[in-house]
Design a protein around this ligand. Structure first.
Ligand SMILES: [Mg+2]
Length: 329
């Protein structure tokens, strides 16, 4: 791997990214589906109890659970069947959850897992219709950046094999090229952040590198138009009113990067994401994963971490994953 990123540093980044994602998810859960105008009158400023799913403060949802499923599988090897088996355990038995209760499962994800249950091969399970472009694969893809950085270096953009892995991991549930491309863009930005570049440049360079790759791929080149606000560098200056925070994968990615680029620390980034309303927990989780990478674990407020359910379990999963990466995959 690149000398620029030591294994010790990678361990810290895993903790920052994954805990950044989990905390943000939990901040958004109580107000999921709430309108921006309603939140403007009573904005979220910290961990809340109850609300949309009637859960205690600090309860994280599908975003963190599915991230854990991927992380746990990657701690052993890259095995698509194993990732699906973990996702199925989460869906059917409540493993990888905050309290044994599986909730907030997306329709495309649900359909894919039920196909796998019926014996369809893992890589053919994901939905690939136009309406299968929710944020269900983007919300769980972050652990893959650490695996790819350990295996190919933080400049994995030069490897088409790395992109193929990203597309396959997305396709387990979300097989449309738009969802795959969104995951590629997101992890490309994450990789440049890992290389130590400052946030704004990292977003710009990460997007450029991904566009360079996708521009040469016939299956994806037509999809780039859907991401034009990102690829043309217009996202930071886009007015808040024009940022949709829906569950559409393009909207969620745009909203997350908009929050990241228009704030200067972890708490304000994830609170901005939650207070956009709509798919609050997922937009916050997507933003929070990158914010955790940028600002580090120490930047996550202690009073949020202290109420996060199963915090120790989550942190142990991060350590196990880092150790597995350090031992080589
Ligand atoms: Mg969720």
């Amino acid at each position: 791997m690149d000398r620029i990123l030591s294994m010790a540093d990678l361990g810290k980044r895993v903790l920052g990214g994954i805990m950044g994602l989990a905390v943000a998810d939990a901040l958004g859960v109580p107000v999921e589906f709430m309108d921006r105008e309603v939140l403007a009158r009573d904005p979220v400023v910290g961990m809340r109890s109850y609300g949309t799913y009637n859960k205690p403060a600090g309860t994280w949802s599908d975003d963190t659970s599915m991230t854990l499923c991927l992380m746990s599988s990657l701690s052993k090897e890259l095995n698509y069947d194993e990732i699906m088996r973990n996702l199925l355990k989460w869906y059917r038995t409540g493993e990888f959850t905050a309290d044994g209760d599986t909730f907030d499962v997306g329709t495309t994800t649900r359909a894919a897992l039920e196909r796998f249950e019926k014996g369809i091969p893992a890589l053919q399970c994901g939905g690939y219709g136009e309406y299968d472009n929710g944020n269900g694969s983007l919300m769980r893809i972050l652990p893959l950046v650490f695996y790819l950085a350990a295996r190919y270096g933080v400049n994995f953009h030069e490897s088409s094999e790395a992109f193929e892995i990203i597309h396959n991991v997305s396709a387990l549930t979300h097989g449309h090229p738009r969802s795959q491309l969104a995951c590629g863009l997101y992890l490309s930005v994450a990789a440049v952040i890992l290389s130590g570049v400052g946030l704004e440049v990292a977003v710009q360079v990460g997007i450029e590198k991904a566009v360079e790759y996708y521009g040469r791929q016939p299956l994806f080149v037509g999809e780039l138009d859907h991401f034009s606000r990102l690829t043309r560098g217009h996202i930071k200056a886009t007015p808040r009113a024009e940022i949709s925070s829906s569950g559409y994968v393009v909207a969620s990615l745009e909203a997350a990067l908009w929050c990241l680029l228009n704030t200067h620390d972890y708490p304000s980034c994830v609170l901005e994401a939650v207070n956009l309303g709509g798919d609050t927990d997922t937009v916050a989780a997507i933003a929070g994963g990158l914010a955790g990478l940028v600002y580090g674990y120490e930047a996550i407020p202690q009073n949020w971490l202290s109420v996060l359910r199963r915090r120790e379990y989550l942190e142990n999963a991060c350590h196990e994953f880092s150790q597995a990466l350090a031992q080589g995959i």
